[in-house]
Design a protein around this ligand. Structure first.
Ligand code: AMP
Length: 296
């Protein structure tokens, strides 16, 4: 596993590129089993390049950029136990430099949910991912379904800017009790960790509602919100149509996203579930490329 600590070292990827396609897994570090699952899935498709970069432009004022956990040595130790061939861990100055730089502005899929509550967040995500695509030039990149809107916004960028990279979304990796793994779970004490389970419970409640035949969005959202009383505040508990994330008053056959965001103690947490509703049956679905659930 080679470790590239600056953009000046990216030339070392060229020798690798001749062997097999490069597959990118962008992360902000503080790695957990969710990230490592992405890496193992990526290795099925080629040589895995993991980037570790806490991207300042996707954090808003008052968000946790300064507090975000950073432990490169521990991340490298974890990645050494995976099929990763290269880690790119640039400094901020390697990625951003000149005032007045070109940035990417997210499109329609970024208008609601986290996009509405975190102005500029998805512009920052798209800008850094576009830069990482330019620097690493992967054939394929993998992203987690936990960040469902991020997957969809990225898919729109790749399509609209005609970027020569394929994207895959990977199912959310959960703790045994259902909590979606997240670097931000480290902010939680034991009591908050227990209360954080309400996000997964909210998704399960929404899914159960749909499985019982409920098709009124307001009723499904109310069932989700009822579980979120354990949170300190709720940003949203929403049903949206996939893949464009439009609102809908009633749910027809097709794919929908159940999406929740809530604050528990110091952490703002999100969780998502993509479902396919078909003739009374409700099954898990994927996000990108038409929503094949396999995610590989
Ligand atoms: P982050 O370091 O939080 O920016 O995440 C890097 C990548 O890992 C993103 O594509 C996330 O969606 C993905 N990811 C984070 N948590 C999970 C999880 N619990 N399961 C699957 N993928 C995840």
């Amino acid at each position: 596993m080679i470790v590239l600590r600056g953009s000046g070292e990216l030339g070392r990827l060229e020798a690798l590129r001749e062997n097999a396609p490069l597959v990118l897994v962008p992360t902000m570090g503080a790695l957990h089993e969710g990230h490592l699952t992405l890496v193992r899935q990526a290795a099925v498709h080629g040589q895995v390049v993991v980037t570790i970069f806490v991207n300042p432009t996707q954090f808003g004022p008052g968000e946790d950029f300064a507090a975000y956990p950073r432990d490169l040595d521990e991340d490298l130790r974890l990645l050494a136990g995976t099929p990763t061939v290269a880690v790119f861990a640039p400094a901020v100055g390697d990625v951003y430099g000149r005032p007045g730089e070109v940035t990417v502005r997210a499109g329609r899929r970024a208008e609601g949910l986290c996009g509405a509550l975190r102005p500029g967040h998805f512009d920052g995500v798209l800008t850094v991912v576009a830069k990482l695509f330019g620097m690493v030039r992967p054939s394929l990149a993998l992203f987690g379904r936990k960040d469902a809107q991020q997957c969809l916004v990225l898919e729109q960028m790749v399509h609209d800017l005609r970027l020569p990279v394929r994207l895959l979304d990977v199912p959310t990796v959960r703790e045994p009790d259902g909590l979606a793994m997240s670097s931000r779970n480290r902010y939680l004490d034991a009591g908050q960790r227990q209360r954080a389970l309400c996000l997964a419970r909210a998704l399960a409640a929404g899914r159960a509602c749909l499985a019982d035949g409920q098709r009124a969005t307001a009723a499904v959202e109310a069932a989700m919100r009822a579980e979120l009383v354990a949170a300190d505040s709720v940003d949203y508990a929403a049903v949206r149509l996939l893949p464009e994330l439009e609102m809908t008053a009633s749910i027809q056959d097709g794919r929908v996203l159940l999406a929740v965001a809530a604050r528990v103690g110091p952490a703002r947490l999100i969780d998502n579930l993509a479902l396919r509703v078909e003739r009374g049956a409700v099954m898990e679905a994927g996000l990108m490329g038409g929503g094949d659930a396999a995610g590989t």
